[in-house]
Design a protein around this ligand. Sequence first.
Ligand code: COA
Ligand code: ZN
Length: 343
Amino acid sequence: MPNTRPRIYMQEVATRDGFQNESQFIETEDKVRVIDALSLCGFAKIEVTSFTSPKAIPALRDAERVMHEITRQPGVEYTVLVPNVRGAERALSCGIDEANLVMSMSETHNRSNLRMTREQSFAQLEQVVSAISGSSVAINISLSTSFGCPMEGDVSEDEVLRWIERFANLGVTRATLCDTTGMAYPSQVRSLSARAKALFPEMVFTLHFHNTRSMAQANALAAISAGIDRFDASLGGIGGCPYAPGASGNACTEDMVHMLELEGFDTNIDLERLLKVSAMLPGLIGHDVPSQLLKAGGRNTLHPAPAYVAEIGLKPSTVINGLRRCDAQIHPCLQSDRRIRHP
Ligand code: COA
Ligand code: ZN
């Protein structure tokens, strides 16, 4: 039977957005091992690393080595974050498929993250675009804090749309609306996504959520209802912006895939394989990860029933954990949580 489920494209960002935020340096071989394992899980795109200043993001100071040592799989796009011209030069020397340019929609966040005004960022990125245009390397613009800034507050839709237009005018055809610090909420996501898609029908949009306030999954569904079909997400739910106070983990890839598949979407992700990669993370980063699926398993993961369950109904009464409980046949209330306890 042909697959008629709507396709959702999943883009993994853990080794960039996740690892950049870890205080413990993750060895290059380990990064390569994780990326190679992720490459076999069915992602449309993997954000491998970033070519930022090693002083600003020391965790990713091995970007060139990582790019050279990974084994690329056909059908997967390998992208890297590029904040400025120097970053673009470094990235291009590594044979990337896509350069993911970044700037913030909030002036204050741009200054704190990139140490430039937004206009200075745009001028730099304009140079990057003209250096790359015409080559086989694709360009994506990630617009940080599109749904709010932790220092300035709300960012208006018109402001975000204005910047998309400026990049569209440079010939950029891919854009990511980033909820850098988890401020987005579903109706806001639906509204901005719908307007952006209607105004820029040629632009391929991705949405990038952080689960800081537990709204990432709801936001993803809201985005889909506005016609979005691409999402960034991070293995284990690791990540966060080092330049945004209080920012915590990205939308967790396995949690999102689990939900989307249940909702009838085709993510192309091998979830069982993905969970094995996610299980590698705590050992590598030295702490637990936010992933719910890693803790609980999928909703169809069944657990053995306690031994006393088999005995219920066989005898007139049963002693359970030292408490005498009424038999289910005598007291149907035992079937609910409000069990009657006898002295
Ligand atoms: N790669 C490597 N080195 C870089 C670089 C790059 N992309 N950009 C700048 N540098 C180096 C310069 O060579 C210079 O080195 P020096 O001190 O040895 O001379 C130093 O960094 C400072 O350069 P400058 O142009 O003054 O940059 P800056 O200090 O204003 O920093 C950024 C600008 C964008 C490079 C820096 O703020 C940055 O990388 N921020 C991180 C952004 C990020 O990834 N955030 C999280 C994801 S959104
Ligand atoms: Zn992010």
